[in-house]
Design a protein around this ligand. Structure first.
Ligand code: G4P
Length: 529
């Protein structure tokens, strides 16, 4: 393939995820985005909480019962001259570990805010995670067809609470029953809203220029005056869009609209393909790798079990960092130093699996995993480096797990280690006894683990209370001091699923005291794979 074609394939890609608080409209906006990408004929068919299209494995049944979505998938669709990859993230906070790691695989994020509510807890938390890499953020203020808060005030809230400057790109004309549309500041156009058209791509009416008399006719003289006045105020008080600042993660372009009414979503998409970065490189232990490098490389950020009940397999999601995947190519699994021929990588188009002929930097491919792939693993076309920066987060909830039938201890351990390699849960084996402790970020992970142990490993397990309230991965540069720490603190030490030394503390006070007592030991809240 000519170098020029290779580079244009990469440059036309945009890989992003949506961050939002539950109910802000992530699922709805995903549907509309796919509608624009022609990946859906009609909005309303994305498998969602209520559509009943979930694969029927046991734990998905469970997820359906609870009305939450824990499945992460990847959707690729064309938009204008670009190819967009949208990585869906589980909305429920119980699965925040997965969400956090998915954010390491994107190059930009769309933040959806319910404009009646403003900044909510989960958005705050997810923004913190995107700040670790200064990911560029585009903002969509949703639900303009309802009465919203003063848009200026909501933008202020974003600026002060999320520490990111706001540059309005569109500005709303009214809201709720009186929602008339938006004025696109950069295009100098008023785009008029018609209600009840949300399932389609609409033929919108556009009025060029703020002083166009058509504007008065369309929205009435008083609203038109009010709009001009508001805009004068807004332009004076807010930031202008600046691409450099956006790419540095310091400023977010803000769009207004209604996902349900499918209005304004295309403005946001236009901004995304125009401004969001083309695939970015990533760091390895041996220095950075650029997307435009010809050699294939990628890292695994998520492992998903039971995506298809007919297959009962696991799929490892690999973000291609550089180069190109081609069906049948040989890949090196660098952690185990093995070369494997991959002819069945998959992509996920709006929920459908299809076999992939080729893929480029920025794309996500699904690799079939028969138990050898872990989160954080690197695949290359022959090089031996490993990517860094795919985090594990210290769990906040702990339980001792025990078998009903004690003969299956080996199966239990195997299952737990595999589930921990997938990132479904974390497992800790204390140095001082034979307990098995399961650690999770969200309480629902516990139920998923027991259900999967039964379904996939034929192991009947139950939980008991354990006196652990927090965990930290421990490191020490000085081998002698680390050894001493290991002996003295043995009662509180454990090995995690990857045999990393971990301090498990009964209380935060205990952790604090140990930190003071062993100043040469590092206690870390995250561990990179
Ligand atoms: P989430 O994935 O972020 O959790 O949000 P989701 O899209 O499921 O939207 C949450 C609720 O908000 C849904 O209503 C959805 O229809 C509604 N919604 C999303 N965008 C808009 C919008 O622009 N305007 C209005 N008025 N509502 C919006 P629900 O009643 O919970 O579900 P449903 O019965 O409508 O499916």
């Amino acid at each position: 393939m000519a170098n020029q074609d290779f580079l244009s394939e990469i440059n036309k890609r945009r890989t992003f995820a949506i961050i939002s608080h539950p109910d802000a409209g992530k699922t709805t906006i995903t549907e509309k985005v796919l509608l624009f990408g022609r990946a859906l004929q009609r909005a309303g068919t994305v498998k969602g909480k209520k559509s009943g299209q979930h694969a029927k494995s046991d734990w998905m049944e469970m997820e359906k019962e609870r009305g939450i979505s824990v499945t992460t998938s990847v959707m690729q669709f064309p938009y204008k001259d670009h190819l967009v990859n949208l990585l869906d993230t589980p909305g429920h906070e119980d699965f925040s570990e997965d969400t956090y790691r998915t954010l390491t695989a994107v190059d930009s994020c769309l933040m959806v805010i319910d404009a009646a509510k403003g900044v909510e807890a989960r958005t705050r938390k997810l923004m913190e995670v995107t700040r670790l890499r200064d990911t560029p953020i585009i903002t969509f203020m949703n639900k303009l067809d309802r009465d919203i808060r003063d848009p200026m005030e909501v933008m202020d809230e974003v600026e002060t609470e999320l520490k990111i400057a706001c540059a309005p790109v569109s500005w709303p004309i009214g809201s709720g029953k009186g929602f008339k549309g938006v004025y696109h500041i950069l295009r100098d156009e008023t785009i008029l809203y018609k209600s009840g058209q949300g399932h389609t791509i609409q033929d919108v009416r556009v009025i060029k220029g703020l002083d166009n008399p058509e504007l008065e006719k369309a929205i009435g003289a008083s609203l038109a005056d009010q709009l001009r006045e508001e805009l004068e105020l807004v332009m004076g008080a807010s930031h202008e869009f600046d691409r450099e600042l956006f790419l540095a993660g310091e400023l977010t372009p803000v769009f207004f609209g209604t996902a349900l009414g499918n209005f304004g979503v295309d403005h946001m998409l236009d901004g995304l393909v125009e401004w969001a970065p083309a695939p970015l490189g990533r760091e390895t232990e041996d220095g950075p790798v650029k997307a435009s490098e010809p050699n294939f490389s990628g890292f695994v950020f998520k492992i998903q079990a039971n995506m298809d009940p007919k297959h009962r397999d696991r799929v490892a999601f690999c973000r291609i960092v550089s180069g190109r995947y081609e069906k049948g190519m040989k890949m090196r699994h660098t952690r185990i130093g093995k070369d494997v021929r991959i002819s069945d990588a998959v992509t996920f188009l709006a929920g459908d699996r299809s076999l992939l002929e080729e893929a480029y930097a920025g794309d996500i491919i699904g690799l079939h995993n028969h138990g050898t792939i872990r989160i954080g693993d690197t695949f290359t076309s022959g090089d031996n480096f490993r990517f860094t920066g795919i985090p594990n987060f210290a769990p906040e909830l702990f339980k001792r797990i025990r078998l009903r039938d004690p003969l299956k201890q080996k199966q239990l351990l195997k299952g737990l280690i595999q589930l921990s390699e997938e990132g479904a849960v974390q497992v800790f084996r204390p140095l001082a006894n034979n307990d098995l402790i399961v650690g999770a970020v969200g309480v629902l992970q516990f139920d998923v683990v027991v259900a999967r142990l039964k379904a996939e490993y034929n192991v009947d397990a139950l939980y008991e209370h354990v006196n652990v309230s927090t965990a930290r991965w421990v490191y020490g540069k000085d081998a002698k001091k680390l050894d001493e720490f290991r002996r003295k603190a043995e009662q509180n030490l454990a090995l995690d699923g990857g045999d990393n030394l971990t301090y498990i503390a009964p209380t935060m006070v205990n952790l604090q005291l140990s930190k003071e007592r062993y100043p040469d030991i590092e206690f870390k809240e995250t561990r990179e794979h």
